[in-house]
Design a protein around this ligand. Structure first.
Ligand code: NAD
Length: 253
């Protein structure tokens, strides 16, 4: 039996890239996986089901409160509870590199709406089900960029990922009395499908990032799974408000 047998896990942005790797891994440990993405998660749902786990998708734009409420309602109607929330959805790989003076205000606001408001909204609406059962795990995906300020020309994104660390700390204080753990997983540059399809990000960052690591190699989605499952499972029941960096030892949190 998997470590997450009987658990219900929502993964925002779970249809592609790292989110897809997280969804597969949670399913492999026995969780029912709810994929909440603006991208189509049909083929991933099929892959997870073929592997013997259960999954379904609820198309969701996490920046919209009505959509997040509908996601939670669908999950509760179908599964009766929410045990794990992975706040992974973000505007990231699709963002062009832009000097900060040239970032349009509308784009700045959109990045904050998806990356920060989306995580807040998902936590806000998933928490009542966790509070009711005095148990739950919220895992917010930040980035090593929040600690380094690099790569350059991503100021909107980097700022949003800094906010995720602060959101984790604030939520951990408010939700601790309800037995809910809130932590941040901060990947370094990871060669997700999404990043591989946007070589601009790789060109600017890859060599510098690998040189900055104690472990001098590229990072892959599979490198994050151990930390994800630790934070999602009972193994981390006395860990909250923390940031776990999985980046080959580039930053120290
Ligand atoms: N790959 C890396 O090197 C790396 C490093 C550090 C942190 N991260 C973080 O990991 C997460 C996943 O990154 P990725 O590499 O898979 O890139 P990605 O850009 O493909 O991931 C974003 C996911 O969020 C979804 N999404 C975008 N807008 C949405 C919205 N409004 N509502 C719901 N879903 C939405 C996308 O469809 C996609 O599935 C992101 O939070 C990113 O910031 C990635």
């Amino acid at each position: 039996m998997g470590r997450l047998a009987g658990k219900v896990a929502i993964v925002t942005g779970g249809a592609k890239g790292l989110g897809a790797a997280f969804s597969m891994a949670l399913g492999a440990e026995g969780a029912i996986v709810v994929i909440a993405d603006v991208a189509d998660g049909d083929s991933l749902v099929e892959r997870i089901r073929e592997s013997g786990a259960d999954a379904f998708q609820v198309p969701t734009d996490v920046s919209e409160e009505a959509a997040v409420k509908a996601l939670v309602r669908s999950t509760l109607d179908r599964c009766g509870k929410i045990d794990i929330l992975v706040n992974n959805a973000a505007l990231y790989s699709a963002l062009p590199l832009v000097p900060f003076q040239d970032i349009d205000v509308d784009l700045w606001d959109r990045v904050m709406a998806v990356n920060v408001r989306g995580s807040f909204l998902a936590a806000k609406h998933a928490a009542p089900s966790m509070i009711e059962r005095r148990s739950g795990k919220i895992i917010n995906i930040s980035s090593g960029t929040a600690y380094k300020g690099q790569p350059t020309q991503m100021t909107h994104y980097i700022t949003s990922k800094g906010a995720i660390v602060a959101l984790t700390r604030a939520l951990s204080r408010e939700l601790g009395e309800h037995g809910i753990c809130v932590n941040t997983l901060a990947p370094g540059l990871i060669l997700s499908d999404s990043i591989l399809q946007n070589p601009e990000h790789l060109e600017i960052a890859r060599a510098k990032v690998v040189a900055s690591r104690a472990l001098k190699r590229d990072g892959y989605p599979c490198d994050l799974i151990g930390a994800l499952l630790f934070l999602a499972s009972a193994d981390s029941d006395f860990v909250t408000g923390q940031t776990i960096a999985v980046d080959g030892g580039s930053i120290h949190t």
